[in-house]
Design a binder for this molecule. Sequence first.
Ligand code: FES
Length: 618
Amino acid sequence: MVDAARHPQVEVLAYSEVERVDGYIGNFRVEVNKKPRYVIEDRCNGCGECAQVCPIEVPNDFELDIAPRKAIDVPHGQAVPLIYAIDVDNCIHCYKCVTACGKLDAIDFSQEPQVLDLDVGSIVVATGFESFDPTVVPEYGYGVYPNVITAMELERLANSAGPTVGRLVRPSDGVAPKSVAMIQCVGSRDARYNEYCSGFCCMYTIKNALLLKQADPAMDVTIFYMDIRTPAKGYEEFYNRAREMGIRFIQGRPSQITEDPVTHNLYIEAEDQALGEVIELEADMVSLSAAAIPRLDSEALASTLTLSRSPGGFYMEYHPKLRPVDSPTDGVFLAGAVQGPKDIPASVAQGSAAASRAARVLLSDTWEIEPIVARVWEDRCVSAQGRRCGVCATACPYGAIIVEPGQPAQITQAKCHGCGGCVAECPHDAISQDHFTDAQIVAQLQELLRDNPEEKILAFMCHWCSYGGADNAGTSHFEYPASSRGIRVMCSARMDQDFILEAFRRGAGMVLVSGCHPQDCHYISGQQVAAKRFDRIPRTLERLGINPERFRVEWISAAEGEKYARVITEMDAKLASMDKEALRQETAKAQPEIAKRLRRWAAVPGMAEMLEEEEVSV
Ligand code: FES
């Protein structure tokens, strides 16, 4: 931290908050609110004499409120930069700090917040994680029994720079404990709170247990665990060392902790899975290994930076295997636990990777994007005619579209990833996607359904998953009927309802729309946008007199060739069971109404010829 702060090309803006981020890769504009410290940064030398004379004590976040801090203070002894700040909400303006500061004259109560506008090429998000609050787990009595603490509190108590100068004592009576129990997976791997594993708790618990044992070899240390996870280099050996040192490991999640109200000793009830029986263990102190959770402000930062979050609330990477450090917004990179629970070596590795990914952007004069971006037909956009719309901006997961009243929608093409969601969602057909225009897709549809359409299954597939699934079916030699015909688009979000109606107008026997599984879509929320649209289609078909069983939605990954083959086989069997003459008549009856619905579409450049081309034979 010190090296980074001293680096001539690094400027640290501590005590500051990012308020707004506009722009795109290579050209971000960041608005930062720099809060007043009421201490002049280049005069403060971090001596701390001001804090010594300050008469006000307030809760200390860093020490987890075990010890207080002063109203003028630094977050902790190794803070970078080591510059004091006055907590004005608690300051009583006694000005003792001004006197103590003396000649340095660093105290300045006239400071105001500053707004900084920065031009930056890339952004690294490394805002870390928070600890789960175990007070919500009623059976463990955290917050009720004084000697039930969190592992983080135990770390502070056992730390020589901590509030007890490294002497582990019981909060109830200040006496050193003779026995400590540690409980794993508090708030994680628990369907009530968080399903995920926090990853690093096993190792830090073993580390804490070893430290306690080294400080007091007679101490009785027990770890209650569900599974000990030691996946990295040297971890298993570390675990074995702990066992050899006499630390007791009991497999079983405790069901309850009770307290002796006189001694404040604790009784832990658990099932010892190795013995297959319920046990009760008495301990002087209990430490809870609380889950790592996303920071409470992670949702607000996600919307500032257009990031997406996993079901657990951590930021999603662009691709878990191929681009694990990139966020879905080009030019924004993720480092450390902001992306998911991570231990220190993994965080350091990812931080280095994020820094080099960011440097790659800074060292480039130009940046290539995929040539499949969306464009607005300005004369068709109703916003330009003063009407309220903005559907495209809502559909865009990248914040690439801005709709100002009275102006046509504006697409920042450097931010567009080409999912095509805005094109399919625009109710006025006012947006097109390069290389995946409506006319190009309808041209494919037309050719694929030219002969015997009622015997065909038209399959729309997303490039990244279901198209890969179909390919996998072929390369793996999974047999399936030859009745399917595929159309590839980048994302299921591009699969416009009009394509499906046009396929039925042209007499397709069946239509399949398929894309990635919900969590796998390569365009943040493209799959969700598509899924909502597809949910409405069966009702539309019913109203048009088309049997909704002729339409099917399936989410197929690139590895699921077998599933693709099975879905086509099932659809083919269903199609075979349908009377073809009845199908033709169903199509003929629905055609005029579908044509009426698609009339607006004919005004899209290139579409008129497509829609008017030869009468569909029925
Ligand atoms: Fe496959 Fe979005 S990329 S559904």
